[in-house]
Design a protein around this ligand. Structure first.
Ligand code: NAD
Ligand code: UDP
Length: 338
């Protein structure tokens, strides 16, 4: 298939391009480089041996989207493009709603006008809010999000659901990611956050490489085995493979499909510190801090639906996730800026 990957030079997008190309698909990347680097294209080519077609374009620019759909015969879109910094979304909600929701509506209009009605969307476990139960199945009701970023995911899910209901030609897959970490085994592509990382693993790797002094652990008094927050960390290469497997749910008549992509295994913050130290031999100093606003105690997936219907299952364990995150950071201490 010929796949348009929006946000394809970003963290998850770039890993998905590798899986798509190595599994025989043609890839067209669209990204405005607001949170990624052109160098990713060279690194991808070095891994797969194929240079992806690239458009430096914004999903809010309808004219350019129309030109791309006219020029390229796109079968399906995998839509990663979006802003994702939770704290920034609280400060700048309109920027988030405009970019993520406005951009997605633009994309859907352009797709529809050009007869391409197949899309896989990057959603998040954040749509479950404080989950009604764990492990979380897709039947778990959606909840109240704690920030505008989360609401953009929840609202785009609704927009796609309504679009699919109104026009039976649309096939939509909503993939709800748990906590993606890790990097391609080459150590040449990986997560490259702007400024001080918000997420746990990039913070840990930046402590390990000496860019940050110590990890702050946000709360050790949760109702979890060791008191620190529990999450379902998933290797980004497994996550990327989930997208390729999900393409089969874009066959005519498939309609709307929803899948959780996680491992089903919860790890606490202290588990991550311990596993990282064991996998890499690097010590992570830490201090216990106050709970972070909006955090929940535990969140992990029941991903059995993805296995039953897509034949997808996460294969890589926590040690591999830690070792691969570290290889990327160690080889690229300043991300793509080197
Ligand atoms: P990322 O920031 O690395 O990648 C997103 C890419 O989209 C970037 O390359 C950025 O330049 C591009 N982009 C942003 N706005 C754009 C626009 N208007 N037009 C064109 N390109 C634009 O983020 P990521 O971690 O790879 O996440 C990819 C997707 O997955 C996002 O939608 C994110 O919300 C979602 N997601 C991520 C996580 C996570 O923990 N990383 C979890 C759940 C969901
Ligand atoms: N966390 C932490 N210190 C950090 C970043 C995160 O203790 O510097 C904790 C956070 O409270 C949560 C877990 O690590 O329990 C995962 O946080 P992350 O931001 O990576 O993911 P999310 O909160 O979106 O699940």
């Amino acid at each position: 298939m010929k796949i348009l990957v929006t946000g394809g030079t970003g963290y998850i997008g770039s890993h998905t391009v590798v899986e798509l190309q190595t599994q025989g698909h043609d890839v067209v990347i669209l990204d405005n480089l607001s949170n990624s680097d052109m160098k990713v294209l060279d690194r991808l080519e070095a891994i797969t041996g194929v240079r992806a077609v690239f458009y430096n374009a914004d999903i809010r620019d309808k004219k350019t989207l129309d030109d791309i759909f006219e020029k390229e015969d796109i079968d399906a879109v995998i839509h990663f493009a979006g802003l994702k910094a939770v704290g920034e979304s609280v400060q700048k909600p309109l920027m988030y709603y405009e970019n993520n929701i406005g951009g997605t509506i633009n994309l859907l209009n352009s797709m529809s006008e050009h007869g391409c009605k197949n899309i896989i969307f990057s959603s998040s476990a954040t749509v479950y809010g404080t989950p009604a139960f764990v492990p979380i199945t897709e039947e778990c009701p959606k909840g109240t999000c704690t920030n505008p970023y989360g609401w953009t995911k929840s609202m785009i899910e609704q927009i796609l659901t309504d679009t699919c209901f109104a026009d039976k030609e649309w096939n939509v897959v909503l993939l709800r990611y748990f906590n993606p970490i890790g990097a391609h085994e080459s150590g040449t592509i990986g997560e490259n956050p702007n400024g001080i990382p918000n997420n746990l693993m990039p913070y840990v790797t930046q402590v390990a490489v000496g860019r940050l002094k110590e990890l702050g652990i946000f709360g050790d008094d949760y109702d979890t085995p060791d008191g620190t927050g529990v999450r379902d960390y998933i290797h980004v290469v497994d996550l990327a493979d989930g997208h390729v497997k999900a393409l089969k749910k874009l066959e005519p008549g498939s309609g709307l499909s929803i899948y959780n992509l996680g491992t089903g295994q919860g790890y606490s913050v202290l588990d991550i510190v311990r596993n990282f130290e064991e996998a890499t031999g690097v010590k992570i100093p830490y201090v216990i801090k106050e709970r972070r606003a909006g955090d929940i105690a535990e969140c992990y997936a029941d991903s059995s639906k993805a296995f039953r219907e897509l034949g997808w299952k996460a294969k890589k364990g926590i040690k591999e996730m830690c070792a691969d995150s570290w290889r990327w950071q160690k080889n690229n201490p300043n991300g793509y800026a080197d």
